[in-house]
Design a protein around this ligand. Sequence first.
Ligand code: TXA
Ligand code: MG
Length: 317
Amino acid sequence: METKIIDDLQVCADCLQQGMALAIPTETVYGLAANALDEKAVAQIYAIKNRPTHHPLILHFHAQEAFLSFVTNFNDELQLLGEKFWPGPMTLLLDKTQKVPNSITGNSTKVAVRIPSHPLMLQLLTMLPFPLAAPSANPYGKISPTTSRHVLDQLGGKIPYILEGGPCQEGIESTILGSENDKIVIYRLGSLGIDEIATTLGYIPEIKNEKTSTHLTSGMVKYHYAPNTPLFFLEKDSPIDHQSLYIFLFEIPLTHKDCNCTIMSKHRSMKEVAQNLYNTLHLADESACSRIFIEKPEPLGIGLAILDRLQRATAKF
Ligand code: TXA
Ligand code: MG
């Protein structure tokens, strides 16, 4: 199958109506979307990504009215988060109603819902009478795509279309939140920073993205988001050589000035680091380097989410 990068929303809508899976842009990462209510369409997502079928999918809607019949126990605090952060890079894990097929929740009683803010994705959702199930558009375990080119490189030949939406503004996946014992908890760190959430709630929510949680999310899998080239955190005693690529946050230190180096933000902005992280890792994989060493971010604000992704990506090596 030839994969075309297109900007025609109607072609995408028709294709989705016919039960096909295709790639769409969101503000976080590109997604592999299909009709969430069509089991055959959803099965294609799992097959194309090579994803284990017990890993549940996020449902994307254009507005809250559109998902209310799919969820229950949408309590005041969860609603407050919805009002404050949607459309945007946040996913809420809510109790599902019978309208949600078990095939997309991995038989869990919870369903993950999100209202993305990318204008093309929002417009596409308003053209469809069903929600879109959409995991990140990468093969299972690999680096998520933040440009149409990344999708083409990873899923080319397996899908008919990629909707061109430009580079993703946020660059890492949505933050996944839910409610346990009347308190908000974080199941996956992501683009929406913990500080912003804490300001809205008036307390710092517990982070439950470790093995202890009963709700499995692939963000909890130890090895994930990994490049093909071995990736390590840059430590004081890391080797300095000409075969490796060194990735720094803001500037290249004198110690490495003769090496193969790159930085992720010219403006000393962690938000920019998040935006560029996956692209930098994709480029590193394409370069002929034998190893990648990356500077560790401070575990503050969005740095926490970046660190989380890098810990999972380096754990494989
Ligand atoms: O930013 C994002 O969230 C992107 C864009 C495309 O929207 N999507 C994304 O999807 O990251 P995915 O499938 O790569 O990650 C979704 C996460 C997984 O870790 C999955 O296990 C979790 O959400 N999840 C979905 N439904 C769930 C459920 N019912 N219970 C527990 N975890 C769930
Ligand atoms: Mg993913």
